[in-house]
Design a protein around this ligand. Structure first.
Ligand SMILES: Nc1ncnc2c1ncn2[C@@H]1O[C@H](COP(=O)(O)OP(=O)(O)OP(=O)(O)O)[C@@H](O)[C@H]1O
Length: 407
């Protein structure tokens, strides 16, 4: 069977490609006419989640738990078993290893290899290291065009833009007097009989750069949502945020004022009708549209940020029209423009190609080096090139995940 590895970059029109392939409009895939194909992708998951919500039924998840509340790794496992039940002829795998920890990546690689003599795989990959070992035919998707690659073409040049200049200063910086921004004391969380966290002790001090890692379902999102105020599980726990016991002092709004937050799922919420310059200005002014008129100082600061990112020339481009890598850089900077006391980046590089991921990592290292914002970078794997001072590593046990601090 001739499986395909199709490299994508942040400008590839993947949705168009998949739709054309499924409608038999691509000359390279005419042989798939009449065969049964499925999509293993974030888009397919999103559709199932929406269907579950609309009809109130559990379609691919277990009887006990809705798909929406599962961790990203658990969602992928549920989707995979659902597709296999349908006995497909071919499967389009869209960055199948994103958001998966090393253990499940190995498990999924074995499952795919075992099926590779029965099912045809078309793998869309933005990272070279993700390509499945049994794939022998390669192409690259340049915008809408598929270009077949020869083995010798498989060495891509590294083209990592330099971040020239310094991190622009903040305006009206929010200061926190407390030296300890976050303190978790013996925090334990369960959902019914499912134990998620067990006795977590953790402190984040001013200016520290942390990475939070752990396998799928180990409780990373649970920890972050207890900080950002989105989880009822935080109540009754000994959690101190910016010096106040959670639930006793500041309102959720006051806490959010002190935190810059970015997760790739937020990108969907921005319809993209604003220019990237306005997106950043609105980050300084705390609004999504530009309801408050920016001053010359606001504009000057944002000019410096755009120059740092090599995006000044594209300042008038609409957010929806720039590449995925550029969108992630803009959103990361948007979370940082005010130099908040705490910046949380939740799996910011998932789905990015190698070069864009490296640029984002370099930018975060630069934040840590040149500012006194504390940073928590959440990921399931150790991000290459990232230089955190400390790591909180979650390890699953029967009684919930325990935390270990690694220097
Ligand atoms: N509302 C809920 N009901 C039941 N279980 C839940 C609920 N919310 C979360 N969980 C479970 O808590 C565990 C931890 O989930 P969490 O999303 O915090 O993990 P994670 O480390 O962020 O995982 P991933 O890397 O896969 O995103 C998972 O097993 C998840 O299924």
């Amino acid at each position: 069977m001739e499986h395909w590895g199709i490299f994508t970059d942040n400008k590839s029109k993947k949705a168009d490609f998949v739709s054309n392939l499924q409608k038999n409009r691509l000359p390279e895939f005419l042989n798939l006419k009449g065969s049964k194909g499925y999509l293993f992708s974030p888009l397919a998951l999103k559709k199932f989640i929406e269907e579950e919500e609309q009809h109130g039924t559990k379609i691919i998840s277990s009887k006990e738990q809705a798909l929406k509340t599962m961790s990203s790794g658990e969602q992928k496992k549920a989707l995979w078993s659902n597709i296999l039940k349908e006995s497909p002829d071919y499967i389009i795998l869209d960055n199948p290893f994103d958001n998966l920890d090393a253990h499940f990546q190995d498990e999924l690689k074995k499952l795919l290899t075992n099926q590779s003599n029965k099912i045809l795989f078309i793998q869309l990959a933005s990272r070279k290291s993700d390509i499945l070992p049994f794939i022998k035919k390669f192409a690259i998707l340049k915008e809408n065009k598929l270009k077949i690659l020869d083995k010798k073409d498989l060495k891509f040049k590294e083209n990592i833009p330099r971040l020239e200049g310094i991190i622009p200063p903040p305006i009206d910086k929010t200061e926190v007097d407390e030296p300890t921004l976050i303190a978790f004391k013996n925090v334990t969380v369960s959902y019914g009989r499912k134990h998620v966290l067990q006795g977590i002790d953790w402190q984040v001090k001013k200016g520290e750069f942390w990475q939070l890692i752990g396998s799928n379902g180990s409780g990373k999102t649970t920890i972050i949502s207890m900080i950002t105020g989105d989880s009822a599980k935080a109540f009754g726990q000994e959690i101190y945020l910016f010096g106040n016991k959670k639930g006793s002092g500041e309102s959720v709004w006051e806490i959010k004022q002190k935190i810059g937050y970015f997760s790739p799922s937020m990108t969907d919420k921005f319809a993209g009708r604003h220019s990237i310059e306005n997106m950043l200005i609105s980050g300084l002014l705390d609004s999504i549209g530009l309801y408050v008129k920016p001053t010359e100082i606001h504009k000057r600061i944002i000019k410096s940020w755009l120059e740092l990112l090599n995006l000044w020339e594209s300042r008038n481009s609409l957010f929806k029209d720039v590449s995925l890598g550029e969108q992630r850089l803009v959103m990361t900077v948007r979370a940082m423009v005010k130099h908040p006391p705490l910046l949380i980046l939740d799996e910011p590089t998932s789905g990015m190609d190698d070069n864009s991921a490296k640029t984002l990592v370099n930018l975060v290292n630069k934040f840590a080096h040149e500012t006194n914002t504390s940073i928590i970078f959440v990921s399931h794997r150790k991000e290459a090139g990232l230089n955190p001072e400390k790591t909180l590593e979650l390890t699953k046990t029967e009684k919930g995940s325990v935390g270990k601090i690694v220097y």
